[in-house]
Design a protein around this ligand. Structure first.
Ligand code: SAM
Ligand code: SF4
Length: 337
């Protein structure tokens, strides 16, 4: 029997955290192979029949919004390899109560799609770029695509996206030479660069604590070689990034310091994987199947209850920093970063 959908406020977990942010992965496939994310060859991908359709995603988002979700981020894998992503953007755009929509992309296909994505109603972009050096890009991403990403950034700016942020993964022994050039590039072109600490979600389980280039280490380099920074006052405590601004007024820089400063206590997010699993944490060991409900004629109320009960079962947080930490069996590209 159909039950009334739960009301806003349903997505409060047992620790009092309100969940209003949903990350949707639209594919587990990707057109490049970042070494800290995917194996060079042989990454297992889900068959298309297991991937949610745009109609199924739209229905899930509509139900999640009825429960209090107001923000959505589309991610992957690489979301721009999914056919006609602007169509999904346009569908989500029409959902009443969804106030913010953003996309995380590696930017390789952005030049071709920026105008259509903007026309469909998308405004916020995070473009993943670890280095401005072509050889180093090839080494890290195993594809010679730096030029395409830079063209994509230019096309996104031209199309009118705002804000455009740059996501740079920081690994010790790998990306130190890129910190200053990326920061200067961000200042020059008005992109906020966000440095992301390397997390134990790589497909090959290469992570260990010694490979994490921490926020404090990066901050020290920036202060020494680019200019003094100050923490931005009154920043949203529930935003994952810790944000700083240059004291000379030359822009901002952010840090996703998941390892050195976990932000679990303020977490407001849930995730939908491309194959229709709800996850309450990137690092969760368990996930809830919602694809079956979306495909077997179950009413919206049952989907709503499944989302709400997943949130109620949410743990206090991951413990990357502890000796007992166990990485989840699914890698980042398959969960949705
Ligand atoms: N393909 C898109 C991209 O690269 O932006 C979206 C998916 S990707 C999995 C999402 C984000 O995860 C990217 O910004 C990337 O920088 C980050 N990422 C991937 N593997 C990571 C890891 N092991 N640790 C930290 N961040 C990682
Ligand atoms: Fe692809 Fe993004 Fe993973 Fe790089 S980080 S391999 S671009 S999914």
């Amino acid at each position: 029997m159909s039950m009334p959908a739960a009301l806003p406020g349903a997505l409060i977990d047992t620790f009092g955290r309100v969940h209003d942010s949903l990350r949707i992965s639209v594919t587990d496939r990707c057109n490049i192979r970042c070494s800290y994310c995917m194996p060079e060859t042989g990454a297992p991908f889900r068959p298309h029949s297991e991937i949610l359709t745009y109609e199924e995603i739209e229905r899930f988002v509509r139900i999640a919004v009825s429960l209090g979700v107001t923000k959505v981020r589309i991610t992957g894998g690489e979301p721009l390899v999914r056919k006609d992503l602007p169509a999904l953007v346009a569908m989500l755009r029409r959902i009443d109560g969804l106030s913010e929509m953003a996309l995380t992309t590696n930017g390789v296909l952005l030049k071709q799609q920026a105008t259509a994505l903007h026309a469909a109603g998308l405004r916020r972009l995070n473009v993943h770029l670890d280095t401005l050096d072509r050889e180093r890009f090839l080494h890290i991403a195993r594809r010679d695509d730096l030029g395409n990403v830079l063209d994509g950034l230019a096309a996104a700016r031209e199309a009118g996206f705002d804000p455009i942020k740059i996501n740079a993964v920081a690994l010790k022994g790998l990306t130190e030479p890129d910190i200053v050039p990326l920061a200067l590039f961000g200042r020059k072109h008005d992109f906020e660069v966000r440095f992301i600490e390397f997390m134990p979600l790589d497909g090959q389980h290469l992570w260990d604590r010694s490979k994490v280039l921490t926020m404090d280490e990066i901050l020290a380099v920036l202060e020494r070689e680019v200019g003094p920074l100050e923490a931005i006052p009154d920043a949203d405590p529930r935003a994952p990034a810790l944000e700083y601004r240059y004291q000379d007024g030359g822009g901002r820089v952010g840090f996703i310091a998941s390892v050195s400063r976990p932000f679990c206590l303020n977490c407001n997010r849930i995730r939908l994987t491309s194959d229709g699993r709800i996850r309450y944490c990137l690092f969760a060991m368990e996930e809830t199947d919602v694809r079956e409900l979306l495909r077997n004629g179950s009413p919206d109320s049952e989907v709503a209850q499944t989302i709400a009960s997943t949130v109620r079962g949410k743990w206090l947080g991951h413990e990357i920093a502890s000796a007992g930490f166990v990485a989840p069996p699914r890698p980042m590209y398959s969960i949705g970063g």
